[in-house]
Design a protein around this ligand. Structure first.
Ligand code: PSU
Ligand code: MN
Length: 333
């Protein structure tokens, strides 16, 4: 049967999605098997700005039915800032770069859409399944397609129980092999932020604070950790990215950490109280592996009655806007 448990690997029923999703005329396949929406392919071919967007936040990180509306708003924000959005997911086994309206609705609404990290891409593709892609998997596919900028909410990282569970998001290692600029609001505050920053240093990942030396705390503007590098404009980010590429570092990502606007952040006291309860509930639940992050995010959205959701929406929209401006700055040579 169809799994009601989100994020677990269960073979998808091929053909359950009525529309056959044929290759649209004009789609290009730069790498065998990638399906690129014509609008995105045209923009890439013409050197116009494109912003990759992930789909795990839509399918497994935001509550339904708000998630579909938010997914559309994220795309709208990229467009408003002058770039073409390319939301990425695997549909009918095809890694898809840019989703048409119908496919976006499917990804947001279907229980058959798994959560795929990089290591899940091949099995999902081989089985003709459907999957939302994590930051790591999205970055990989976007990089393959030639996209240079990617917006998300918060990166995965080192979980607080990692000393016992060894749970560190595969997003971190993915950043070492995908040469794009990743705009995020730091790493999710459910994580061990200090440990994650240490791992990013070990992995040689460049991290820039946007308008701040304070590393953002996802739902909170400031995680309490300091960053060495601060940039203040999209042009400055583009300068760093060009230097990064000129130095032969272009195979790894540059992370731009963009805080949620202060006025939109969660109340820090509420945040800390809910987090403590969320971690206790996690320990009691026996939830493991890739179901951990969706469990914690869902706990927050439910228990804060929308306060965490409001912050999440504000930060992702801000990141979409900044990513589009960076993509534009990068197209000016
Ligand atoms: N940021 C959000 N919401 C999310 C995620 C990030 O605002 O749902 C997702 C991303 O797809 C990220 C994933 O890659 O959580 C990390 O999961 P894990 O901890 O299992 O690696
Ligand atoms: Mn994990």
């Amino acid at each position: 049967g169809v799994s009601e448990r989100r994020g677990e690997a269960e073979p998808a029923r091929p053909g359950a999605y009525a529309t056959p999703l044929p290759l649209a005329p004009g789609s290009v396949l730069p790498v065998n098997g990638l399906r690129i929406l014509p609008e995105v392919a045209d923009a890439l071919a013409a050197g116009r700005p494109v912003v990759a967007l992930e789909s795990t936040i839509i399918a497994h990180g935001l509550p339904r039915p708000d998630n579909l509306r938010i997914a559309r708003e994220i795309e709208g924000r990229v467009r408003a800032a002058g770039a073409v959005p390319a939301t990425i997911a695997v549909v009918h086994g095809r890694p898809s770069i840019g989703l048409d309206a119908e496919t976006l609705e499917f990804v947001a609404g279907s229980r058959e859409v798994l959560k795929a990290g990089i290591r899940d891409l091949a099995p999902v593709a081989a089985r003709g399944g459907h999957a939302a892609t994590t930051v790591g998997a999205t970055a990989h596919l976007a990089y393959q397609a030639g996209i240079r900028v990617f917006a998300t909410g918060g990166l995965g990282g080192v979980h607080r129980q990692a000393r016992d569970s060894w749970d560190e998001s595969a997003d971190l290692v993915a950043l070492t092999g995908c040469g794009l600029t990743v705009v995020c609001s730091g790493v999710k505050s459910i994580l061990d932020v200090g440990a994650t920053l240490e791992r990013l240093e070990s992995l040689n990942v460049t991290v820039l604070g946007f308008g701040t030396h304070a590393f953002p705390g996802f739902y909170l503007a400031d995680s309490g950790h300091r960053l060495e590098w601060r940039v203040d404009t999209a042009d400055e980010v583009a300068d760093v990215v060009r230097a990064h590429e000129a130095l032969g570092l272009g195979r790894s990502a540059v992370v731009v950490a963009n805080p949620v606007p202060r006025g939109d952040q969660m109340d820090p006291g509420l945040h800390d109280r809910v987090l403590e309860r969320a971690l206790a509930a996690l320990a009691d639940s026996g939830v493991r592996g890739k179901a951990v992050t969706p469990f914690l995010l869902e706990f927050f959205h439910r228990e804060t009655r929308g306060a965490s959701l409001a912050a999440n929406i504000a930060l992702i929209l801000g990141n979409a806007d900044l990513a589009a401006r960076i993509a534009r700055a990068l197209t000016i040579t």
